[in-house]
Design a protein around this ligand. Structure first.
Ligand code: UT7
Length: 319
């Protein structure tokens, strides 16, 4: 038994916000710096008050429509997010309520930018065990809420959005292999070190990052985990039709592709137009490439993410 992707969907709020738009808003930056260092040209930023569940709901509805599955028939809903609507209930339960599903297991996964790959791997295990038959896996973020707009080293890098897939139990492959790892000793290089306590925000509620440390860590683990899942599935990285790495920085994406020997034309890139949407980045890029016809049934697609924790995860799909 395999878990097979039978539908994908995504959603980006509002109009693209260019690098020049950010500079015009008073951020001490410029298009040349951002494009050269990151490859990012624009991102989408949700209007004040818009939540992850609102973005995730639309992505989910689009994935369900492509799959031809009614929300009532889902028995598992997993949402990867680091910007949940509330402390509780989970964003998964909020989306479940909005979809009108009753009875599915619903919970959030917190693995930051590796979140979608973790959620996909978890849902796959539920399905392969035989306990669940139809799963909705969502990555949804409003990262703009946790950015310090006075910190030009981080605020230009991120965007808001959501992506989703519907998985079904199937005798046809299917997810062929998954992997998930973490190294909590690295929590200091990327975090939001604040919390709510006794009605007050304590600590620092904004994203903080040591960019160069994150860069080096990301390239190493993205290459390692891609090799690991390919080995588990008994293929080589040369057999991949598509590589979808976490969309944080074009230089990280290119360095990963180079280390793996995957040519540029097999690497799916959306960071130029989406920025880093954390847990939404991989399913957004996947949905774009499915809908524009690049990804075809039967092809081998490797998705991988890396983020705060540190966490990293990957899945090899035979699409
Ligand atoms: O999901 C994981 C999320 N995070 C990442 O993937 C980030 C990984 N890291 C990176 O992508 C890169 O480290 C950055 C893009 C964040 C930064 O690039 P860098 O080449 O490591 O630059 P830097 O931090 O060393 O900064 C170089 C210069 C500094 O100026 P000085 O001190 O050399 O005068 C910064 O103040 O660039 C300056 N700078 C900027 N200039 C214009 C930093 N941010 C900006 C900005 N616009 N937005």
């Amino acid at each position: 038994m395999y878990a097979r992707v039978i539908g994908t969907g995504s959603y980006l709020p509002g109009k693209p916000v260019s690098n020049d738009d950010l500079a015009a808003r008073g951020i001490d930056t410029n298009d040349e710096w951002i494009v050269t260092r990151t490859g990012i040209r624009s991102r989408h930023l949700a209007e004040a008050g818009t939540t992850s569940s609102e973005l995730g709901l639309i992505a989910a509805q689009r994935a369900l429509e492509m799959a031809g599955v009614a929300a009532a028939d889902l028995d598992l809903i997993v949402v990867a997010t680091s910007t949940p609507d509330f402390i509780f209930p989970s964003t998964a339960c909020i989306i479940q309520g909005k979809l009108g599903n009753k009875g599915a297991a619903a919970f959030d996964v917190q693995a930051v930018c590796a979140g979608f790959t973790y959620a996909l791997g978890i849902a796959e295990k539920f399905i392969v065990s035989g306990s669940h038959k139809k799963a909705l896996v969502i990555g949804a973020e409003v990262f703009s809420r946790i950015l310090d707009w006075n910190d030009r080293g981080t605020c230009v890098l991120f965007g808001d959005g959501a992506g989703a897939v519907v998985l079904e139990a199937s005798e046809t492959p299917g997810i062929m292999a998954t992997a998930m790892h973490a190294d909590g000793s690295q929590f200091g290089i990327l975090n939001v070190p604040g919390q709510v306590c006794s009605g007050q925000v304590t600590g620092d509620p904004f994203l903080r990052m040591d960019g160069q440390a994150v860069f080096k860590f990301a390239v190493r683990v993205l290459a390692d985990i891609a090799e690991e899942v390919c080995a588990k599935a008994g293929i080589s990285t040369a057999d991949l039709d598509w590589l979808i790495p976490h969309q944080a920085n074009i230089r990280i994406i290119e360095a990963t592709g180079k280390k793996l020997g995957v040519p540029r034309e097999k690497v799916i890139v959306s960071v130029d137009r989406h920025g880093n949407t954390s847990a939404a980045s991989v399913p957004l890029a996947l949905d774009e490439a499915v809908r524009d016809g690049r990804i075809q049934r039967g092809q081998k697609v490797l998705v991988e993410g890396v983020g705060g924790g540190f966490t990293w995860g990957a899945a090899l799909l035979e699409f």
